[in-house]
Design a protein around this ligand. Structure first.
Ligand SMILES: *[C@@H]1O[C@H](CO)[C@@H](O)[C@H](O)[C@H]1NC(C)=O
Ligand SMILES: *[C@@H]1O[C@H](CO)[C@@H](O)[C@H](O)[C@H]1NC(C)=O
Ligand SMILES: [Ca+2]
Ligand SMILES: [Ca+2]
Length: 687
């Protein structure tokens, strides 16, 4: 099998000496031998082409190139077999010409066998000038002149060759600075304007004047059928125009500027007459629109020098002096000689900023770390968990005065309040402190344990607890620690147990700690060092309403880790206990009130309650008595649970009087609320 492969390498090649010579297969014309090889390559100098003419071809014919000629990338032709001179002349040779400055290559191989002798091939190559002017891509806009090894462009009279050496253009740029009036027209006006013109006419007058343009009749600038400009007139760096077609721009054309450039450009085609424009000057005026997003009063299309107007920003925009946004929407400005307003301030949208809410993270802006806070933007508030409810409206809009306002007109931010008296597990499980039952975790989530001195307390919000004054009155400077979220009073290390350290203990001012016979006003408030995280096992109890109270024979629930009757030794309970007890009449309460066998005073700030075999005991002190009876909070709208009583005093449980005395919380609601509010306010001011 024998192959002759001819390649055209189109790479331009640096000028090689132009060669004229022969190329033939090895052994031509006697015939080539097996395994004969030939590689040949020549390049044309710049501006020339190389061509190869095969005059004889007789190779072994074989499968892969049977009678075939085909192109493949640089491989222009693959030839084998035998060709007549005419076939070579008409089919093969016209293809064997390089690009200007390009190369031609050829390779020939024979294989191991020849069935019969073949003479091979022979051809000659020549180099000739490339006629660029024949090439429609030569880019001469007017005349093209070919010469050996290159070409050049030239222009008609009146044109000159541009720096690109191909484009013929005209000289039409003029600087008319200082002239207060005159006429400008397109090259050759009123005759057809030159092709490929790039004219720039510069006009410039004193500061307080503006240039006024009047386009004359006969305006004719090349335009396509869609109305787009092919050639164009543009003034003042593009602010006016482009103009084209046969209708002149309406006159007078005010430029509002003392510097104007008129640019005229044409392409290489068409025959249009162009334009003529006269210019003169007039005093500058100020534009009717001072700044975006505003209106001016009195309202005019334009203003004369010296006129003063009031600029009013649109609703939701304020004056911005570029140094700061002012909280005003109006300013006065005066039209200057130079035709500009002074001062000139912009109107910028009002920004309400991030709403001013406490940084404790309980009240939050919903769904956004980075809310948009500009005029008209809306934000929505939510509370950090379901253990809080939002009081107030949840959606606020940034209004035109830069204030967040709710649909109802509120500018005060909403607040999150603890959900009180709604345990997630409502103790319907079983009915017993002394004669009590074991509470399950979460059944009495407001119950707190004070281990030392032993007592109970009730959580009333996420930072405050209430207890009996006598529990904490002996503390002096020693610190107080409370535990919540637990029922097992001895397992204080488990992870669910919440530890709360007291920061402030406020004993009711009328509590007389020195009196041995009077527990009147036995109530105290405890503020923790920080907010506690509310959860299913730690939730506040509600404060009672006026005239609630435990009525005679009404059942409430008392809870604590106090003494139980489980065994005769009356030990402290391991698990939180609760018992349902009923109110006694004041008369019953007046009967033999005693404590440690001492007769006591019964006041209107107390009530007493109990049930056969059930009572609160030592160690339960400070703990809650709630209404309604545990387990019935969800029934008949009786809930939420309210703290009606604080375990205060009673005869020793061993006496088995089953009558305990409680601080009547209802009488202290105002004191509790006022105290908390006062302290929280002081704390906020300290920050
Ligand atoms: C031609 O090339 C082939 C393959 O590259 C090689 O085997 C052979 O010897 C060469 N023939 C000559 C005469 O150099
Ligand atoms: C924005 O809200 C405040 C408070 O309601 C109101 O006084 C003010 O007029 C409002 N501003 C606008 C522009 O509506
Ligand atoms: Ca040439
Ligand atoms: Ca044109």
């Amino acid at each position: 099998m024998t192959l002759l492969i001819l390649c055209l390498l189109l790479l331009p090649h640096a000028a090689l000496p132009s060669l004229l010579g022969w190329v033939q297969s090895p052994g031509y014309p006697r015939g080539y031998s097996p395994y004969a090889n030939l590689s040949w390559s020549r390049c044309a100098p710049q501006g020339h082409t190389l061509s190869l003419k095969i005059i004889h071809l007789d190779l072994e014919d074989s499968h892969d190139c049977e009678n075939d000629i085909f192109s493949n990338g640089n491989l222009l032709s693959i030839l084998c077999g035998k060709r007549t001179f005419e076939e070579l002349q008409y089919d093969v040779n016209p293809l064997l010409i390089s690009a200007p400055g390009g190369c031609l290559s050829l390779s020939f191989h024979s294989d191991y066998s020849n069935v019969k002798r073949h003479t091979g091939f022979r051809g000659f190559y020549t180099v000739q000038d490339y006629d660029e002017c024949d090439d429609p891509d030569n880019q001469c806009t007017q005349f093209c002149h070919n010469f050996i090894g290159g070409y050049r462009c030239s222009c008609r009279h009146g044109y000159h060759l541009d720096t690109d050496k191909h484009t013929c253009t005209v000289s039409c740029t003029e600087d008319l600075s200082g002239l207060k009036k005159g006429v400008i027209s397109s090259p050759s006006w009123p005759g057809p304007y030159a092709e490929n013109a790039h004219c720039l006419y510069t006009l410039s007058v004193e500061d307080h004047l503006q240039l006024e343009l009047h386009f004359g009749d006969g305006f004719d600038v090349d335009q396509n059928t869609d109305g787009q400009c092919i050639d164009s007139v543009v003034t003042s760096s593009g602010t006016l125009g482009p103009y084209c077609g046969r209708t002149p721009p309406s006159s007078p054309l005010l430029t509002h500027s003392n510097h104007v450039q008129i640019r005229f450009t044409s392409d290489g085609f068409g025959s249009n007459n162009g334009f003529s424009v006269s210019f003169k000057t007039r005093a500058k005026v100020c534009p009717g629109v001072v700044t975006a997003q505003s209106s001016a009063a009195p309202r005019k299309a334009e203003y004369q020098q010296g006129e003063t107007v009031t600029v009013t920003c649109e609703l939701g925009y304020n004056v911005d002096t570029y140094e700061q946004t002012l909280s005003m929407s109006e300013y006065e400005t005066t039209c200057q000689k130079s035709g500009v307003w002074s001062p000139i301030y912009s109107c910028e949208p009002v920004n309400c900023g991030i709403p001013n809410i406490p940084d404790d993270g309980i009240l939050q802006v919903a769904d956004s770390d980075n809310p948009s806070t500009m005029f008209g933007d809306e934000i929505e508030f939510k509370c950090s968990s379901k253990y809080y409810t939002l009081q107030g409206e949840d959606t606020y809009i940034c209004n035109g005065s830069g204030l967040w306002v709710s649909a109802g007109g509120n500018t005060e931010m909403p607040k999150c309040f603890e959900v009180c008296g709604k345990p997630e597990t409502d103790g319907s499980s079983a009915g017993r402190i002394l004669g009590g039952k074991k509470a399950k975790l979460g059944e009495i989530p407001w119950q707190l344990l004070i281990r030392s001195p032993r007592g109970g307390a009730s959580l009333i919000n996420d930072r405050w607890a209430v207890t009996a004054a006598h529990v904490v009155d002996g503390l002096g400077q020693t610190s107080l620690r409370l535990f919540g979220g637990l029922v097992e009073g001895k397992k204080l290390q488990t992870s669910d147990v919440v530890v709360m350290d007291a920061e402030k203990i406020i004993i009711h001012p009328n509590y007389d700690k020195l009196s041995a016979t009077n527990f009147d006003n036995d109530i105290a408030l405890i503020r923790f060092t920080s907010r506690v995280e509310l959860g299913p096992n730690l939730l506040p109890i509600c404060l009672p309403e006026a005239n609630g109270g435990l009525k005679e024979n009404e059942q409430g629930t008392v809870s604590g880790w106090g003494i139980t009757e489980r065994d005769s030794s009356m030990v402290l309970s391991r698990v939180l206990q609760y018992a349902h007890i009923a109110g006694y009449s004041p008369r019953e309460c007046q009967k033999t009130p005693q404590y440690n066998n001492i007769p006591m005073v019964f006041t209107n700030n107390m009530f007493c309650a109990g049930a056969e075999g059930m009572d609160s005991c030592k160690g339960d002190s400070g703990g809650p008595l709630v209404l309604p009876m545990l387990g019935t909070g969800n029934k008949n709208n009786r809930g939420p649970y309210r703290l009606e009583g604080i375990v205060s005093w009673g005869a020793n449980c061993e006496v088995k009087q089953y009558k305990g005395y409680y601080t009547k919380v209802e009488n202290y609601v105002d004191w509790i609320k006022e105290t908390i509010e006062r302290v929280e306010k002081e704390e906020r001011m300290d920050e």
